[in-house]
Design a protein around this ligand. Sequence first.
Ligand code: SF4
Length: 187
Amino acid sequence: MLLQSYKITRTLPCLADPEKLRVIAEVSGEVYEAFPYLNATLKDCLFNHPALTLTIKKGEKLITLHANHITLTKIDDEQEAEALLKWIQDLVNETYQNRDKIQPDYTMRQELKPTDIVKLLPGTNCKRCGLLTCQAFAFKLLRDQIGIEKCSPLFSDEFTEKRTLLFETLRNVGIKIPAEFVESKKE
Ligand code: SF4
């Protein structure tokens, strides 16, 4: 069994929704060996092979598996977190157990597109970043041609939820967020 046990180590307010929780659980051993097999079998997941992360969408919840911990966002309570962790444990173990029958997939199947990013920007086309539209900003952001800090409106309280989801999305595909903007520093 690859994922033998897990333990919730931190429960924090979810930055995307202050009424919900962000839960971090440590897992026994390193579970990344299962990622290419999960990537091959799950529809709604995002695999970042170099960063060794796999994010699974389950309804509005985002479950990110790292090599030795799991992050759950938009969680109602600890009971829900435990249920999701059990679900993940079974999924990881069953998939890994059947790995001989699965062709591993190392590709980033669900590549991020500018339209995915635009949804997480203020969307006002205010031009403060020096570009004409948020779409143009998203395009350059994905190509590492502009820094996230150039979108100053994104850092207002009004866009806390979008900002948090954008950072999580970018991090999960290996795009670096400057340390001074990493929300987890506040945790
Ligand atoms: S500063 Fe932000 S909100 Fe304004 S146009 Fe640029 S990306 Fe859009």
